[in-house]
Ligand binder design. Structure first.
Ligand SMILES: Cc1cc2ncn([C@H]3O[C@H](COP(=O)(O)O)[C@@H](O)[C@H]3O)c2cc1C
Ligand SMILES: O=C(O)c1cccnc1
Length: 360
């Protein structure tokens, strides 16, 4: 039991165990016997072996894909760190839930999720508005927006724990509904600022190196954003992962952390989208190093600092499309690659089964 942690949060962290090495060994041996020259499926082979470790079988069969979009507002947005006003956050939540001729939701994540058959879950993790009652909106907000991280702790320890557990609960719900690949996603104007602060502190890097343009701030705003992050980091020397999260925060970041821990504890794969998701993952592996075994990077996103996160996590991006949106968009696009990797391991025949002559 870790000191000062609520028992259920401590239990969640303790429930993350490493991937199944024996299943990975069997998967590696099986890959070598499948009807293709060795290595001809490139990165898919390594992915399939990792998936065997996640699902504990050399014939992994992940089924449903779910994207869990947590939305929250940020006190620091008042400092002018984003190219967009905070009112965009609740408006985008409404957009995620809207009735459209194509189905629910008119945002990028909705369109991409429909295109791959992924289910979208939306959570109010702390949006600064009264959101309309909607059956598909999961309400977990404890406060309407965080405090300004450059002036005080963004979240209390109690709020932080509550949001991590709320994220875990939503992940359990998605898994009960049939999801085996979980994509945490986020919406929150200003959230690349807390993500950069968390990344700078956890990776011990200068804020300049890990702060990007987010929604597209110009050079002047970018310099201001870096200065705001410097002020925040100078305010607190916190190093303990959950204290770092509370200090520099993000309700939706805490919720995504809970989703990741819960998915790993239930031995499901987590597909990581961009920089904001990456900042939650950094907290996650600091708390539970075995979480890393369950994380799969989607693409390399355009945000500065994403590369440093992936290097620390030891993850290789699957594509580089210049995405800089968040919402879980890249994660959704990566899911079919993971499903395909698992399918090769599960469904291809061996040289012997297919009576194909082996190479010299
Ligand atoms: C219309 C719109 C839709 C979005 N969907 C995701 N984001 C992304 O941009 C925000 C982070 O960037 P920053 O830190 O610069 O505010 C987050 O809400 C993120 O999800 C959006 C941003 C906008 C404007
Ligand atoms: O990479 C991300 O997660 C990202 C980048 C820009 C804006 N919002 C999110």
């Amino acid at each position: 039991m870790t000191a000062d942690l609520p028992a259920d949060l401590d239990a969640l962290i303790q429930a993350v165990h490493p991937a199944d090495q024996a299943a990975m060994g069997r998967a590696r041996a099986r890959q070598a016997q499948l009807t293709k020259p060795p290595g001809a499926l490139g990165e898919l082979e390594a992915l399939s072996i990792r998936l065997a470790g996640v699902f504990g079988t050399e014939r992994p069969h992940p089924r449903g894909v779910a994207v869990l979009v947590a939305a929250g507002d940020h006190g620091v947005a008042a400092q002018g760190v984003s190219a967009y006003p905070p009112e965009v956050t609740p408006a985008m939540v409404a957009n995620f839930l809207a009735d459209t001729p194509h189905g629910p939701g008119g945002a990028a994540v909705n369109a991409l999720a429909r295109s791959v058959g992924a289910r979208v879950y939306v959570m109010d993790a702390g949006v600064n508005a009264e959101l309309p009652v909607h059956p598909a909106l999961h309400r977990a907000a404890r406060r309407q927006g965080t405090r300004d991280l450059s002036r005080e702790a963004a979240m209390t320890p109690q709020e932080t724990a509550a949001l991590v557990l709320a994220g875990a609960a939503l992940a359990r719900r998605a898994i009960e509904d049939g999801a085996d690949l979980l994509v945490p996603g986020e919406m929150g104007i200003g959230n690349t600022t807390p993500a950069a602060a968390l990344t700078a502190r956890l990776l011990e890097l200068d804020p300049q190196a890990v702060t990007g343009r987010g929604t597209g701030v110009d050079d002047e705003r970018l310099a201001h954003k870096v200065a705001v992050i410097r002020t925040a980091l100078a305010r607190s020397d916190a190093a303990d992962p959950l204290t770092v999260l509370a200090e520099f925060g993000g309700y939706e970041i805490a919720a995504m952390l809970g989703m990741m821990l819960q998915a790993a504890a239930l031995r499901r794969a987590v597909v990581l989208d961009g920089f904001v998701e990456g900042s939650a993952a950094l907290i996650g592996v600091a708390l539970a190093p075995a979480l890393r075994d369950f994380l799969f990077a989607a693409g390399q996103c355009a945000e500065a600092g994403h590369g440093a996160q992936l290097a620390h996590l030891g993850l290789k991006p699957l594509f580089s499309l210049g995405l800089r949106l968040g919402e879980g968009t890249g994660g959704v696009l990566a899911a079919p690659l993971l499903l395909g990797a698992a399918a090769t391991l599960r469904e291809m025949r061996t040289f012997e089964e297919a009576a194909v002559p082996a190479g010299a």
